[in-house]
Design a protein around this ligand. Structure first.
Ligand SMILES: C[S@@+](CC[C@H](N)C(=O)[O-])C[C@H]1O[C@@H](n2cnc3c(N)ncnc32)[C@H](O)[C@@H]1O
Length: 305
């Protein structure tokens, strides 16, 4: 489905909306403040990361991983995006995929991220103001929104932009798994905003590999010279009851890239939840989604540990 541009590219996100806690905020219920601080820690971390120059990027200790990740995203986008498609990029970051979407000749782009600094960098990249920008302007109009994708009801903000033909959430869906409510909201947002037959593409760490590595290690930490993962004492027994699949937090450090809390996503449960949420939407709003999930082996083959 192609979409008429609703936003003049020249006026693109001149004042990106900052809507933390949109749709009612985090509220005062028990557990919300801890959750809020975790989400804020993630946002602060990504916000503080500055754009790298080409030279800095090429000399990064994880340059090959970055290239591999970009290749994975390129393949997904080329496989599923079609010319004229209306794109929703959840947790879009600094707009690292803008060029990929441009190559796919999409018609309209909406990027959402919790980190204000990333949204600003994304705007700069879109406007062609970075020294590593290969082209001046993108061919599609765009809109950026700064909010928590796993807390806010995005359909309340994007009703004029919906429905989307394709929704992407790359290397970020696992940040929704801190609570069941957030995981459900993430999927509900996707379901509510995709058109019938729309496509969702996503990439997340492989929980099986994380847990396997943890069990193989002597303590609660494992890694190598470029990354480490550390679990809290509450996981001293290295047991993860099926009855508590949400909120399994670990600290993730990846040299030159990430240093913040993340959450294990048992993939079979993710699929079950997605089927449930998408099916409910099918019944209530006649939204039908083709779920195309790609599990990136973030902590196995791609890193060659
Ligand atoms: C590893 S980066 C990936 C960025 C981008 N998708 C890419 O592939 O280049 C993870 C992104 O998720 C965003 N993020 C984490 N939690 C979020 C949330 N609750 N709502 C929106 N964005 C979130 C971070 O701000 C960060 O930009």
């Amino acid at each position: 489905m192609s979409k008429r541009p609703r936003v003049d590219p020249s006026s693109f996100a001149s004042a990106p909306k900052r809507q933390y806690g949109a749709g009612g905020g985090y509220g005062e219920q028990q557990g919300y403040s801890e959750e809020r601080s975790s989400a804020q820690r993630v946002a602060d971390h990504y916000s503080a990361r500055s754009n790298q120059t080409l030279e800095e990027r090429e000399s990064s200790p994880i340059i090959h991983l970055k290239k591999l990740n970009n290749w994975i995203k390129s393949v997904l986008i080329q496989l599923y995006a079609r010319p004229g498609h209306c794109v929703l990029d959840l947790a879009c970051g600094k707009g690292g995929d803008l060029i990929k979407w441009d190559k796919a000749k999409v018609g309209y782009y909406v990027g959402v991220d919790i980190a204000e600094g990333s949204i600003k960098d994304c705007m700069t990249r879109y406007n062609g103001d970075t020294d590593q920008q290969r082209r001046k302007k993108f061919s599609f109009p765009a809109r950026l929104l700064c909010t928590d994708c796993y807390e806010a009801r995005l359909d309340e903000y994007l009703y004029e932009d919906a429905p989307f033909d394709i929704c992407s959430c790359q290397f970020a869906l696992h940040y929704s798994w801190s609570t069941e409510a957030r995981a459900r909201q993430a999927l509900a947002n996707v379901s509510a905003l995709l058109r019938p037959g729309g496509i969702f593409i996503g990439t997340m760490p492989d929980a099986n590999v994380i847990i396997k590595r943890l069990r193989e290690s002597e303590g609660l930490e494992f890694g190598n010279s470029v990354y480490w993962i550390s679990f809290g004492e509450e996981y001293a027994e290295k047991k993860f009851p099926a009855s508590r699949p949400f909120g399994i937090k670990y600290k993730f450090h990846l040299e030159d890239a990430v240093d913040c809390p993340e959450w294990v996503v048992p993939f079979h449960l993710f699929k079950l939840l997605a089927e449930e949420v998408f099916f409910c939407s099918l019944a209530s709003t006649v939204t039908k989604c083709c779920l195309c999930l790609n599990r990136q082996k973030l902590l196995v083959t791609t890193h060659c540990f």
